[in-house]
Design a binder for this molecule. Structure first.
Ligand SMILES: NC(=O)c1ccc[n+]([C@@H]2O[C@H](COP(=O)([O-])OP(=O)(O)OC[C@H]3O[C@@H](n4cnc5c(N)ncnc54)[C@H](OP(=O)(O)O)[C@@H]3O)[C@@H](O)[C@H]2O)c1
Length: 265
């Protein structure tokens, strides 16, 4: 008689085409999760093919998670799988460098809609299902940027301050619901983020950065252990500790030095 295969868990990972999100999805696949992954561009299909080599069943959804339609599309595919979402890794996000008054407002809005509106909309939809089942793990990718005013990245840092705060609050709302909320707070990490944000002519854009696989592993393990906030790397922990005691203007000035465009990029 054929042996029944143990049921694999299901993880939904957004922003899984590249960078930290891809590495989070890889951690999930290696740990025995099947995957529903999503991003805005067709590269999500390439990521899905790579992730299948780790033995997971992987479904990819190309959706713009800055829009309600995109979030609904991803959620309805998740529902259509007919199995519970065991873990939601809400990681999709984008940065935007340069002086606020010089930014294109459509791009400003896209940062807010992706990092804040789309993220909380998806978390509410999937979180309701998890609360009803009394089980689930949520990981949100926040940032240490949420602890400091983002001179020359003002809107982005504001969105991450929102995400960091939101995750902590939701964790406490769900503390008796069987659903954990982990907030992964990376520092500068070596992904496509800085090129996409137009920040390659900045100090932070050019400096050595953390390895996305290491950052993702830290976040994934924290999620699996049901931990709360997790700051990846000791230098980032120091920076957050400093931001808790230093005056806001001091942190805004430190950020200016890191993110001011040099105009030679
Ligand atoms: N890199 C860093 O230094 C750093 C530090 C702290 C926090 N973070 C956070 O880490 C997360 C991942 O960023 P990353 O560094 O890995 O950068 P990345 O390589 O640029 O990856 C971003 C991912 O998000 C997806 N995405 C962006 N906008 C989207 C949208 N509107 N709809 C659907 N998918 C969207 C991208 O897919 P498409 O290409 O298809 O749009 C991509 O898969 C973000 O939340 C970022 O804020 C990054």
């Amino acid at each position: 008689m054929a042996q029944r295969q143990p049921l694999r868990r299901l993880a939904v990972v957004t922003g899984a085409s590249t960078g930290i999100g891809y590495e989070l999805a890889r951690c999930c696949a290696e740990a025995g999760y099947d995957l529903l992954i999503s991003a805005d561009e067709p590269a999500i299909d390439t990521a899905a093919a790579e992730l299948r080599t780790h033995g997971a069943s992987v479904q990819a959804v190309q959706a713009d998670l800055a829009t309600s339609d995109g979030v609904e599309a991803l959620h309805s595919v998740a529902l259509g799988l007919g199995r519970p979402v065991d873990a939601l890794l809400a990681n999709a996000g984008r940065g935007l460098g340069k002086a606020f008054l010089d930014q294109d407002f459509a791009e400003v809005r896209r940062v807010i809609d992706t990092n804040v509106t789309g993220t909380v909309q998806l978390i509410q939809k999937v979180g309701r299902d998890m609360r009803a089942r009394g089980a689930g793990r949520i990981l949100v990718t926040g940032s240490i940027a949420g602890f400091m005013p983002g001179t020359y990245q003002a809107v982005y840092n504001g969105t991450k301050a929102f995400v960091d705060s939101f995750a902590a609050a939701l964790r406490h709302e769900l503390q008796d619901a069987g659903v954990t909320v982990t907030c992964l707070m990376p520092g500068p990490t070596d992904t496509e983020f800085f090129a996409r944000a137009g920040m390659l002519d900045t100090k932070v854009g050019r400096q050595d950065k953390d390895d996305p696989a290491t950052v993702a592993r830290i976040g994934f393990e924290a999620m699996e252990n049901g931990e709360g906030d997790v700051i990846a790397g000791w230098k980032n922990k120091l920076q957050v500790a400093m931001s808790r005691v230093a005056p806001t203007d001091r942190m805004a000035e430190i950020h200016r030095r890191m993110a001011e465009p040099r105009g030679d990029g």
